[in-house]
Design a protein around this ligand. Structure first.
Ligand code: UDP
Length: 455
């Protein structure tokens, strides 16, 4: 943590985000922390991402490098993996394009060297560049430290690699970690050790001092808990609503709808920026929600319900008459939702989440308990932190772990398991009250942590 008392000369700092919403959003928030201390902070980004950042945090200084769309035959406007949720065909090209950002970024940094570079841990080459320029680098890692420790501890050679005994709270995951993904993440986590320290979008109490000690002892590396990012930057509600992407609904409409609901009565359902569910799964969610009888805001991909979608196509993912029957009870958002605004509304009583780290820490920051439904990446580790370790959520029962959110899915969660999980948290039983109490406790800790950081 930066010492607030120190009389430092302003530093020239570069921040390099990985182009997906889940990586870019928290790093940009954290940049505001450094800028507010008088440092000359510049985000290195690409033109379309620059437009998004400007809308959400207008004060930030940006430098853009071109995104190689034309070279790779990509349509204009797609400069992030998160733009693919409606059309996953371009995934390999965008992935390739991201790797092509290295030379122009290196050229800029070499020509105008900063005092320090902070880069997403998925850009391990930045640490070699910093070394060459004889400046320190810091890795931004958008995972929880809990997940980082767990990934480091997974034994891929073992037949029960879902069982992780050698971390402070031994856990058994609900699915086996995919081998290639785990190898890749282990490699990235090893590369980040070349940096001076890692910045984590979390606060110490949620990861736990035992995990901080465990990580520092097993790696000799430093951790800086600078989150929750969503609580850091001072912004207008409208700017918060534009965090990460243009919202598909007006913030006012969303807030007025929530204003008409009772405290803790609404479920918020959103699977982040990268999950692509088949129609059958969306259909089960719709049926499960309807059967639970609870009110809800449900975020689905933008293409769902477009004018050109025929009734026949719609009925593949939404039961006939669903919207009419639930006109009062539910709101379906097609596209990007103003998530932090929704989670911060007192009517929201629980969050069905894919356990992406940002979503998790945003829910914690607002004291909202979670129904966990991990899908890909490191989300199955986060699920265990939420449910077993911190006791601020219940599991829906997901057991299919794909490498990316766009992967084919074969195991559907049934309407029955969805409804049961919803009831466990929303029907006010003792266990639910205890989970709510713990969620509020961690919300307090989150606020205190940010207060300490931004003083
Ligand atoms: N998000 C949002 N509206 C949406 C979907 C996502 O604002 O409709 C934001 C969410 O608040 C979070 C980020 O996008 O900050 C998603 O990050 P997370 O780590 O939860 O999941 P990912 O998208 O990386 O899987």
């Amino acid at each position: 943590m930066i010492n607030p008392e120190s009389e430092m000369e302003p530093l020239k700092l570069y921040f390099i985000h990985y182009p997906t919403a889940g990586h870019m959003i928290p790093l940009c928030d954290i940049v505001t922390l450094f800028a507010s201390r008088g440092h000359h902070a510049t985000i290195i980004t690409t033109p379309v991402n620059a437009q998004i950042i400007r809308k959400s945090i207008p004060s930030l200084r940006l430098h853009t490098v071109p995104f190689p769309s034309q070279e790779l035959g990509l349509p204009d406007g797609i400069e992030s993996l998160s733009s693919l949720i409606d059309d996953i065909r371009h995934f390999p090209k965008v992935y390739h394009a991201i790797s092509m950002l290295q030379p122009p970024i290196e050229q800029f940094v070499e020509q105008h060297p900063p005092d320090c570079i902070v880069a997403d841990f998925l850009f391990p080459w930045v640490h070699d560049l910093a070394n060459k320029l004889n400046i320190p680098s810091v890795a931004f890692n958008g995972f929880s430290l809990f997940a980082i420790c767990a990934i480091r501890a997974v034994n891929l050679e073992s037949s029960d690699s879902f069982h992780i005994p050698s971390i402070p709270h031994p856990i058994s995951l609900n699915a086996t970690p995919p081998k290639e993904l785990t190898q890749y993440l282990k490699l990235m986590l090893e590369s980040q050790l070349k940096s001076h320290a890692i910045i984590i979008n979390n606060f110490a109490e949620l990861d736990g001092q035992d995990y901080i000690r465990h990580y520092e002892k097993t790696t000799g590396h430093k951790t800086w808990h600078l989150g929750p990012a969503s609580l850091i930057s001072c912004r207008t509600a409208q700017e918060k609503a534009e965090r990460g992407m243009k919202s598909a609904v007006s913030m006012q409409d969303c807030v007025s709808w929530l204003d008409s609901k009772r405290v803790n009565s609404v479920l918020y359902i959103c699977f982040g920026s990268l999950c692509h569910f088949p129609d059958e799964q969306l259909y089960e969610i719709a049926c499960g929600m309807e059967a639970s009888g609870h009110e809800f805001i449900w975020v689905v991909p933008e293409k769902k319900g477009k004018e050109h979608e025929s009734e026949e196509e719609k009925e593949k993912w939404l039961p006939r008459g669903f919207e009419e029957r639930n006109a009062e009870k539910g709101m379906i958002i097609r596209g990007w939702a103003p998530q932090v605004i929704i989670l911060g509304h007192p009517a929201v009583g629980a969050f069905i989440t894919h356990c992406g780290w940002n979503s998790t820490v945003e829910a914690v920051s607002e004291g909202v308990p979670m129904l966990t439904w991990p899908v890909h990446g490191e989300q199955f580790y986060n699920e265990k932190l939420i449910t077993e370790v911190r006791g601020i959520g219940v599991e829906v029962g997901a057991a299919e772990w794909t490498t990316t959110g766009f992967g084919e899915r074969y195991q559907m969660l049934t309407r029955d398991s969805i409804q049961k999980a919803v009831r466990r948290l929303m029907d006010g039983a003792d266990q639910a009250l205890e989970i709510r109490r713990r969620a509020k406790h961690f919300q307090e800790k989150a606020k205190q942590a940010v207060h300490l950081t931004i003083i």
